[in-house]
Design a binder for this molecule. Structure first.
Ligand code: AMP
Length: 126
C-alpha cells in the first residue's frame, strides 16, 4: 500500500523558535550544533528537560520524515547526554513526545520531555 504524502507547515512565531533565535531566555542544559536542551519552565517532576532540534520541525513525524540523518543522530545523542548531565540514568527516567490534539501538544516545534528525579507512576492518568 502506498504511503500517503504528508505536508507540515511550521509556525516560526512559536515560543521554541523564539528561544532558538535568542528572543527569550532559557536555562540551557546542553547545546550542540543541531540540538538545544533546556529546563521546562513549569516542571512536572524534579527533573524536566525539553530537547528540541534547531531545525524547523512541527512534530515527531515531521522530524522523522524530513530531518537529515546527521540531525536525527545528533538529537538522540544529545538526549542521552542530557540524561547523564541531570543524573537520571541510575534511577530511571521517562521520555515523552506529545503530538497533535490527541497528544495535547501545546508548542508546535518538535520536542521531547525528559522527566525524572522521583518515581513517575503509571504512564497515563486513567
Ligand atoms: P507540549 O505540551 O508537549 O507542547 O509541551 C510544551 C512545554 O513547553 C510545556 O511543558 C511548557 O511548560 C514548556 N514551555 C513553554 N514555554 C516555555 C519556556 N519559555 N521555557 C521553557 N519551557 C517552556
Amino acid at each position: 500500500m502506498a504511503e500517503k504524502a504528508r505536508f507540515w507547515t511550521y509556525d516560526p512565531t512559536n515560543i521554541f523558535a523564539r528561544i532558538l533565535r535568542g528572543e527569550i531566555p532559557n536555562k540551557t542544559v546542553i547545546e550542540t550544533s543541531h540540538t538545544l536542551a533546556f529546563h521546562d519552565i513549569h516542571p512536572q517532576a524534579p527533573v524536566h528537560v525539553l530537547v528540541i532540534p534547531k531545525g524547523p520541525y512541527v512534530d515527531f513525524a515531521h522530524f522523522a520524515a524530513e530531518a537529515p540523518a546527521e540531525e536525527i543522530v545528533d538529537f538522540h545523542r544529545a538526549c542521552a547526554r542530557v540524561c547523564e548531565a541531570v543524573a537520571v540514568n541510575e534511577d530511571g527516567f521517562r521520555i515523552i513526545s506529545n503530538s497533535g490534539s490527541h497528544g495535547h501538544q501545546d508548542v508546535p516545534h518538535f520536542h521531547l520531555h525528559i522527566l525524572g528525579g522521583r518515581p513517575l507512576g503509571p504512564m497515563l492518568a486513567r
